[in-house]
Design a protein around this ligand. Structure first.
Ligand SMILES: *Cc1c(COP(=O)(O)O)cnc(C)c1O
Length: 436
């Protein structure tokens, strides 16, 4: 796969280079030069394949020239070793559960695939790979668990102080080994800005082999296409071939992957971009003006993003055809009160506990279906995290219903290790240089 920078479409880099650089020098994002279309035979018979088989087929189309079949298969089998089932809640309403991996959030798909691809490309005797990652909650845990113990790598996680849940913080700060956590006195956007600045800092770049594990890395985007194909396959098995996906969105990597899958030929009728009050994209879809804003803290903290970094990719996928994008994607936004109401409704009516992000996607699907109901079209909302990651969100009446997996109960017993820093770049840079 050849890639270019969205800021400089004539540039070309290899997949390996894009994975390690994460972001081009010009601060654009890497995009594939050609987006391959999957053959109709595969698309029409999706229901005959398992998730790893689908993943291999899709990945091979994209990066088959960069990683031989045998190795690619091994990477996928190791990375995607959990399920992504759809569960029916009512006629034409399905939830796609993406949190059956080790960190209990959908980011396991991207993080586990990327860490294994990096480790595959890392040659013996090469300089240690330093992965810098900003997290609004779930990325950090997924990346930490994805890289834990991977030789010749070190991960530095930046998270906003007091803005992640206890379980998320435990997942970030109790790993040890090659993982270290930095608690930033600021917002997620501040964390992200520090990481971005580190990549353009000459001294740091000379000293360290830096790479990013944020959703801007192309190796995180690719595996997120897999579950759209797999969800479609599961619907086909039920005799359904028309689908709309509702995606709870923050940095817009998840829905970006869905749109990439659509470009590769997955016949999705419509996408719904569901956000909390950080509604830069729904506003854009309504007004045509893209106006980034400072992020606001909400109950769905993994979506507290005021300037979604993957938006550039989506805009690039649809450059010159913004009307296509606007016909394909509808935006909805909800505040915390509406999020809580949705959580209660889902619990009362379906006896199902949704995390706050998931509840927003459900509400958006419901509102969309109310406007555009089509009996032959199934709605699938993406469930991005296990509800136990957000215990403080649920009303007392539901508290007993949120089951807590064993792996989470174990976390509470471990010791927290993190370094507290301010949001200024100077302090962060000093920390990196002093802790070589
Ligand atoms: C990261 C995250 C999101 C947002 O996904 P993006 O790809 O950043 O849009 C939604 N829900 C949960 C639980 C997350 O961790």
């Amino acid at each position: 796969m050849q890639l270019y920078s969205t800021k400089n479409p004539s540039t070309r880099v290899s997949f390996k280079e894009a994975v390690f650089n994460s972001m081009p020098q010009d601060k654009g994002l890497y995009m594939p030069v050609t987006i391959p279309r999957l053959d109709d035979k595969f698309l029409n018979n999706l229901d005959q394949y398992t998730l790893p088989e689908i993943a291999f087929h899709v990945a091979q189309k994209l990066i088959g020239e960069d990683i031989p079949d045998h190795d690619l298969k091994a990477i996928i089998e190791d990375a995607i070793n959990f399920l992504a089932p759809i569960v029916k809640l009512e006629e034409n309403v399905f939830v796609l559960e993406l949190w059956h991996g080790p960190s209990l959030a959908f980011k396991d798909f991207g993080a586990r695939f990327m860490s294994r691809v990096m480790s595959y490309f890392l040659e013996k005797g090469e300089k240690q790979l330093d992965v810098l990652v900003a997290t609004s909650g779930d990325t950090g845990g997924a990346v930490a668990l994805g890289f834990l113990g991977v030789p010749n790598t070190r991960v530095t996680i930046l998270y906003p102080k007091g803005k992640v849940s206890d379980i998320q913080e435990q997942q970030l700060t109790t790993n040890g080994q090659n993982i270290r956590a930095v608690e930033i006195d600021g917002t997620f956007d501040d964390c992200q800005a520090l990481v971005k600045q580190a990549f353009t800092d000459k001294e740091l770049k000379e000293k360290f082999r830096l790479t990013s594990a944020n959703s801007i890395n192309i190796a995180r985007l690719i595996p997120q296409t897999f579950y759209y194909f797999s969800a479609y396959a599961q619907l086909l098995k039920r005799g359904i071939s028309k689908v709309v996906f509702s995606v709870p969105s923050g940095n817009f990597g998840n829905i970006g992957a869905g749109l990439l899958a659509w470009k590769m030929g997955l016949p999705v009728e419509h996408f719904i971009a569901a956000t909390n009050v950080n509604d830069t994209v729904p506003e854009f879809l309504k007004t045509g003006v893209y106006q980034p804003k400072p992020s606001v803290a909400t109950l769905s903290n993994a979506m507290d993003v005021g300037d979604p970094s993957n938006w550039v990719r989506i805009a690039d996928l649809f450059k010159g055809e913004m009307n296509v994008l606007k016909n394909l994607v509808t935006g909805y936004r909800y505040d915390d009160e509406e999020t809580l109401e949705a959580i209660k409704f889902i619990n009362d009516n379906y006896d199902y506990v949704a995390c706050p992000h998931t509840a927003i996607a459900w509400q958006a699907l419901r509102d969309w279906q109310q406007d555009q109901y089509k009996a032959d079209t199934a709605g699938v909302f993406l469930s991005t995290a296990h509800p136990c990651k957000f215990p403080d969100v649920y009303p007392k009446s539901m508290a007993g219903k949120v089951d807590v997996p064993e792996q989470v109960r174990e976390l509470a017993k471990k010791e927290k290790h993190s370094v507290a820093l301010g949001k200024d770049f100077k302090g962060f840079k000093e920390y990196l240089l002093e802790n070589e």
